[in-house]
Design a protein around this ligand. Structure first.
Ligand code: Z5A
Length: 201
């Protein structure tokens, strides 16, 4: 059976952080050991890279951006996710490599397969087994947004091409992805995500 490395994905305001947290609480209540991570970040190196990537003071070129996301992710895989899975923990990740495929591959136009190819070597096989794609209309997602960041502030057209990137990737990997309507009530979204996870493990 594959290891329980579960990524919550979607555009801004889809509810990833909230749903991941609530699903984690349910799993912990059942006695499972859960490690929560976020991307970019989750390590000292990754949090510094996050500040470069998301602040408004620097403007990385699209390829610099893609490589910095990949670098933060490689550190997270080596330092946290790989060891956590090896120890028997469940890993719930707020974003993952699939955000890079959608944002840098589709949104920035670098190419989904090209961005995948850049990320693969640094991850050494540490790859989400299940991706819960929270699908929400970009206008609704932007409306829900609490705090903006440099990439999130690109606007609705950019978010739409990112959303299309997520859907295209999900279609090409149907066994890895489940798509949940994140326009539903929060409780229903959490219940649906939890059900999908428990149906696999
Ligand atoms: N990025 C990238 O370009 N490439 C990469 O490889 C990676 C990331 C990994 C940082 O991500 C930025 O980096 C992000 C993508 C880019 N920029 N953009 N876009 P982040 O994860 O730190 O930031 P975010 O996605 O913008 O987070 P967010 O706005 O917090 O979104 P969220 O986690 O999906 O939503 P939330 O915080 O759980 O919920 C937002 C609000 O909506 C909150 O008040 C909730 O209570 C509410 N909510 C949630 N679900 C519902 C439902 N179902 N109904 C009503 N209200 C709801």
């Amino acid at each position: 059976m594959s290891l329980p490395y579960i990524a919550f994905e979607g555009i801004e305001g889809a509810g990833k952080s909230t749903v991941a947290e609530r699903v984690g609480e349910r799993l912990e209540a059942e006695g499972r050991r859960v490690v929560r991570v976020r991307e970019p970040g989750g390590t000292a190196v990754g949090e510094r890279i996050r500040a470069i990537l998301l602040g408004h003071d620097l403007l990385p070129d699209p390829w610099t951006e893609a490589l910095l996301f990949a670098a933060a992710r490689a550190q997270l895989a080596a330092e946290v996710v790989g060891p956590a899975l090896a120890s028997g923990a469940w890993v719930l990740s707020d974003r993952s490599v699939y955000s890079s495929l959608a944002y840098q591959g589709a949104g920035r136009g670098l190419g989904i397969d090209t961005v995948r190819g850049v990320n693969e070597p640094g991850l050494l096989g540490v790859w989400p087994s299940l991706v819960i794609l929270l699908n929400v209309d970009p206008t609704e997602g932007l409306h829900r947004q609490d705090v903006g960041d440099r990439i999130g502030d690109e606007g609705a057209d950019f978010q739409r091409s990112v959303a299309d990137g997520f859907i295209a990737t999900a279609a090409s990997e149907p066994d890895r992805f489940v798509i949940i309507d994140a326009g539903d009530q929060l409780d229903s979204v959490v219940a649906a995500a939890y059900r999908e996870i428990r149906s696999r493990w």
